[in-house]
Design a protein around this ligand. Sequence first.
Ligand SMILES: [Zn+2]
Length: 201
Amino acid sequence: MIGELPGREKPDEFVVLGGHIDSWDVGQGALDDGGGCLAAWEAVRVLHQLGLKPRRTIRVVLWTNEENGGRGSAAYAAAHKNELPNHLLGIESDSGTTAPIGFAFSGSTQATEQIQAIAELLRPLSAGKITDHAGGADLQPLKTAGVPIMDLSVDNSKYFWFHHTAADTVDKVDARELSRCAAALAVMSFFVADAPERLPR
Ligand SMILES: [Zn+2]
């Protein structure tokens, strides 16, 4: 499933963010990864509602089959093969939607410096920490194509209490923290998409 906030100057350049819509076959998959999907979707919905039009297109993608094969993200990369050189960044939220801390980023030193500058804007949300080694499973086909990738980092100290168990149900999702995750994703995706120069590889 794909939604877009079209870019005002360069609609053929993209920042992609999302989560995966499939889940383990117990529980409801609320934390893994219903919350991540909603946070990404909500980030783009809020930008749209605020009337913000970034220079480049922000595309929210809800991948499928993350849990046992990654065929959704592979299919996305195949279907959008010609666009991949114009993908500036891929972001995934797949560690739960508890208190956001920042982002893990895999990209060049130059790109990391730009990401760190944007992350300064997230300090009031206590979500400005940038670490290295992003590993989102759905982002691997983008990474293989040379696209810088990024994971939303959250306080996941309780995530593995529920992950892939029957207890991964919607009552474990905190609406306020989910909103803060959406805010962090909105700020990061907007400022990468709206930057005068494209994020270097
Ligand atoms: Zn997951």
